[in-house]
Design a protein around this ligand. Structure first.
Ligand SMILES: Cc1ncc(COP(=O)(O)O)c(C=O)c1O
Length: 249
């Protein structure tokens, strides 16, 4: 992935990495400048991003802006541009996933970085479903923060990483002994980290287990969050399926 070892913050997986990226960045950026309250996320993010954003809106004065996508699930770049242009100084961060977990659409991460960085806004991308499937080059992408998890690569569950550029503005969510650059304290699970590293070696990705003959394909639960267009409202309040019903694990 072309990340330096010092850029890798080991976590318990994609969910924690997404939470650290969204909440940790919001808190750090808002602390530095109280105007930075808007969190711009695509409307098709994984719930680890959407619900972290929800929590910030519900409890910490954030304004959640859901960016629309087209019928293929691809981000509306013009909408992102307009949202940033509306008031660049109020944007805490932009989070747009690299590849969608339900339909696989690859997002225009280059455009996101270009538009956000023009105003000094950091970019997070959830690359859980991309790493191991498509080339992911952290350094070349220009993103500030990238989420990856081991179990999508054939590694164990319960370990992942937030890859963060050295200067990333991040407030820790877990306090303690100062491990992992001080943003994720706790004694590391070395065995899981090693297994993650082995799984992440180029060419090591374990192929998905074939389905049992005759098994029915998994279908997305009905009533999942809307595919796009909603913004800033309480989309989570309308969600009718349980969170644990995530179809794309
Ligand atoms: C896009 C995406 N982000 C985050 C996660 C959560 O990762 P983890 O299960 O490692 O917490 C998943 C899990 O399927 C995912 O598909």
């Amino acid at each position: 992935m072309r990340a330096r070892p010092s850029e890798v913050v080991l976590t318990s997986g994609g969910t924690e990495s997404d939470n650290l990226a969204v909440i940790g960045t919001y808190r750090a950026r808002r602390r530095a400048d109280d105007r930075r309250r808007r969190v711009l996320v695509s409307s098709i993010e994984h719930h680890a991003v959407l619900d972290a954003t929800e929590a910030l809106a519900a409890h910490e004065g954030a304004e959640a802006v859901l960016l629309p996508v087209d019928r293929t699930g691809r981000l509306d770049v013009a909408a992102l541009e307009a949202e940033i242009a509306r008031d660049p100084a109020s944007v805490a961060l932009v989070s747009v996933m690299w590849a969608n977990n339900e339909v696989g659409t690859l997002q225009p991460v280059d455009d996101v970085v270009r538009l956000a960085h023009a105003h000094g806004v950091p970019v997070h991308t959830d690359a859980v479903q991309a790493v191991g499937q498509v080339p992911v080059d952290f350094a070349a992408s220009g993103v500030d923060l990238l989420t990856v998890t081991a179990h999508k690569l054939g590694g164990p569950v319960g370990v992942g990483a937030l890859v963060a550029v050295r200067g990333a503005e991040l407030e820790p969510l877990v306090h303690g002994g100062g491990q992992e650059r001080g943003v994720r304290s706790g004694t590391l699970d070395a065995a899981s980290a090693r297994a993650f590293a082995v799984a992440a070696e180029p060419g090591r990705r374990v192929a998905a287990r074939p389905r049992r003959p005759g098994a029915r394909a998994a279908r997305p639960a009905a009533g999942r969050r809307p595919g796009g267009g909603a913004r800033g409202g309480a989309w989570w309040a309308r969600r009718s399926t349980p969170r644990c019903g995530c179809p794309a694990t």
